[in-house]
Design a protein. Structure first.
Length: 283
């Protein structure tokens, strides 16, 4: 029976039922209830082909650690809609992860998603950073855009922890500034905005400013995204020392010159929590 025939048989209520199921599926996903989200998306697909429901089902399987099934449903979604960029880029990412991590991995932890307000623009309080010294792909397979990231100071480094795993280290140019502000009482929250084969990008938001840091913004006006350059080992220590000197002089909200690793603030939409974000965006 076709979708149109089923809709007619149900007295024209199929569209309404599908809409309700979709809302419930998104709500369950937003709450991190991935098994329930998967069941709801399967019910939607019983009503007929739907590339977005296939995307959501793939996402649920991914969060449950079922990488093989996730790829299968992304492939179905791409078959239904060849312009589906979410499915296309996640198939490519899963190709790499499956080779490294296998068909199944550890499910995401309950409550692993970052609060939505972390991704909302607020000048000076929100910035972006790349991670380096990334975890093994088997561990990264448990991490997805929208996941919460805990920033953990360790000496002169700022570790990024998600789903209970250290996934990388915040780039030194950003970390050096934040470490001084954290030492003086500031607090930050972070979340994953994008993951690629060899890169992870996070958003960081200032959630509390200690009075001792009055006049010091966490993320001064930054260079353009096109100025982003990859780190090389020879530049890490030098740039960290330069920033230490810059921060000491930053008494009245002065711009740090050539802060070329902090990207302009952007806004992450609902897509980050339903499937995968644009590049805010990822690969």
């Amino acid at each position: 029976m076709t979708f149109a025939e089923l809709d007619k048989t149900a007295g024209g209520n199929t569209v309404r039922i599908k809409r309700q199921l979709t809302e419930q599926a998104i709500s369950q996903a937003a709450g991190g209830h991935w098994a329930d989200a998967a069941d709801l998306n399967r019910k939607i697909l019983e009503l007929g082909p739907d590339s977005e429901a296939e995307n959501r089902l793939a996402k649920a399987h991914w969060e449950l650690g079922e990488l093989g099934l996730a790829r299968e449903h992304y492939q179905v979604a791409l078959g239904l809609d060849p312009t589906n960029r979410i499915a296309e880029r996640n198939i490519e990412r899963l190709r790499v992860l499956l080779a490294e991590a296998g068909e199944r991995t550890v499910p995401a932890m309950e409550g692993a998603k970052a609060p939505v307000n972390i991704f909302v623009e607020e000048t000076g309080k929100t910035g972006f950073a790349m991670l380096f010294e990334l975890a093994h792909p088997r561990k990264l397979a448990q991490v997805n855009p929208g996941d919460a990231v805990e920033l953990v100071p360790e000496g002169n480094r700022l570790l990024a922890v998600s789903n209970g795993l250290q996934i990388g280290i915040v780039e030194p140019r950003v970390a050096a500034r934040l470490l001084k502000l954290i030492t003086d009482g500031n607090k930050y929250a972070a979340g994953v905005t994008s993951l690629g084969d060899r890169d992870v990008r996070i958003v960081i938001r200032e959630t509390f400013q200690d009075p001792r840091n009055y006049g010091k913004v966490s993320f001064p006006t930054a260079a353009r995204s096109s100025d982003l350059r990859p780190y090389t080992k020879g530049t890490l220590i030098r740039e960290e020392m330069d920033l230490e000197e810059d921060l000491e002089e930053d008494e009245e909200d002065e711009e740090i010159e050539d802060l070329d690793r902090v990207l302009p603030v952007e806004v992450t939409g609902d897509e980050a929590f339903e499937e995968e974000p644009e590049e805010l965006e990822e690969s």
